[in-house]
Design a protein around this ligand. Structure first.
Ligand code: SAM
Ligand code: DTB
Ligand code: SF4
Length: 342
């Protein structure tokens, strides 16, 4: 069995990135097969339960008050409405329901509704994940007591590049919240974004920061930047056509995450909509084993169930049969396109 290491050096991770592409893929695929059923991919659904008007200045985000993205600010959704959307996601075959709020941090007055939502979604037999911004230790405990399975809080990039993308909170702030989440006993979901104009060294630093946490995040989302007009990064990239992340480099990042964090679920997250089927297939070969399904992420478009059904059928992939901290078995039939396509 592979040794799970948290003492990776940047030089070792850089050496992985530098491998000939097929060697890197081979190693990642081997690691994937040693720890996971390689033909299975977890299906997760996202819902923005509180959209826009966020006081943070994350340069990629359509929901920041600093962005002129046209995203309208809303209040926290009604509990029953969220539960209805969770039920729809479950019917569509989703296994994890991830809820995001455009907050710097939840206010204590928001917590009773959040707790009710976690309990309600968990009772449906869905894995629950929330991303609400920074948490106090007490808020993390409240979420744990409500039965929250995962908390998503991304480190986003290398510590050095992070400061160039976000100024309203620090990398250390992010780590502090991750510490509170761990201490409360909630599984950690933390990853970041590739394609924000960072260098290879930043991508190495990003994987290194995650792979050297005291415990690896159970879930590692790797997003490709969705360039949104009106955001700092979206506008910057629009003026620099060559800045879009190279597909092979994106796959290399996924592979490095898989090799350094063998047991984690590596999620091919935002940006799939503009990725070719072949690139997505390479990501699955490189060890990605989780995706977001449905037409929308939080505010940006996503590939959609029909496209995913067709892709799964083409690639012979099936939804994950049973995820680790699952409360009860999820339905297996999700994306039915097999006959249509073959
Ligand atoms: N406000 C909370 C926070 O920042 O922790 C939760 C919501 S935030 C939208 C969740 C994550 O989505 C961010 O950390 C970032 O990694 C990712 N994200 C946001 N906008 C994105 C974009 N345009 N392209 C790719 N990923 C994005
Ligand atoms: C994550 O790493 N990616 C998801 C989830 N965690 C919350 C969010 C992606 C957001 C993409 C941009 C949008 O929809 O606005
Ligand atoms: Fe706010 Fe999260 Fe968007 Fe940053 S990424 S602006 S914290 S919603």
């Amino acid at each position: 069995m592979t040794e799970i290491r948290t003492d990776w050096t940047r030089a070792e991770i850089a050496a992985l990135f530098d491998l000939p592409f097929t060697d890197l893929l081979f190693r990642a695929a081997e690691m994937h097969r040693a720890h996971h059923r390689a033909g299975e991919v977890q299906l997760c659904t996202l819902l923005s339960i509180k959209t826009g008007g966020c006081p943070e200045d994350c340069g990629y985000c359509s929901q920041s008050v600093k962005a002129q993205s046209g995203v309208e600010a809303t209040k926290l959704m009604d509990v029953q409405q969220v539960l209805q959307r969770a039920a729809q996601a479950k019917d569509a075959g989703s296994q994890r329901f991830c809820m995001g709020a455009a907050w710097r941090n939840p206010k204590d007055r928001d917590m009773p509704a959040i707790v009710e939502i976690v309990k309600g979604v968990g009772a449906m037999g869905l894995e629950t994940c929330m991303t609400l911004g920074m948490l106090t230790p007490r808020q993390a405990e409240m979420l744990a007591e409500a039965g929250l399975d995962y908390y998503n809080h991304n480190i986003d990039s290398s510590p050095e590049y992070y400061e160039r993308v976000i100024s309203t909170r620090t990398f250390e702030d992010r780590l502090e919240t991750l510490g509170h989440v761990r201490a409360a006993g909630i599984a950690v979901c933390s990853g970041g974004i590739v394609g924000m104009g960072e260098t290879r060294a930043d991508r190495v630093g990003f994987v290194h920061a995650l792979a050297t946490l005291p415990r690896h995040p159970e879930s590692v989302p790797v997003n490709a930047l969705v360039p949104v007009k009106g955001t700092v990064l979206g506008d910057m990239l629009a003026d620099t056509p060559l800045a879009k992340i190279d597909d092979i480099e994106f796959v290399r990042t996924v592979a490095a995450a898989r090799i350094t964090m063998p047991r984690s679920m590596v999620r091919l997250s935002a940006g799939r909509e503009s990725m070719s089927e072949a690139t997505q297939a390479l990501c699955f070969l490189a060890g990605a084993n989780s995706i977001f399904t449905g037409d929308t992420l939080l505010t940006a478009p996503n590939a959609g169930d029909d496209a995913d059904g067709a892709l799964f059928a083409k690639l012979g992939l099936v939804p994950l049969q049973a995820a680790e901290p699952m409360r009860e078995a999820a339905p297996l039939v999700a994306l039915q396109a097999t006959e249509d396509v073959l």
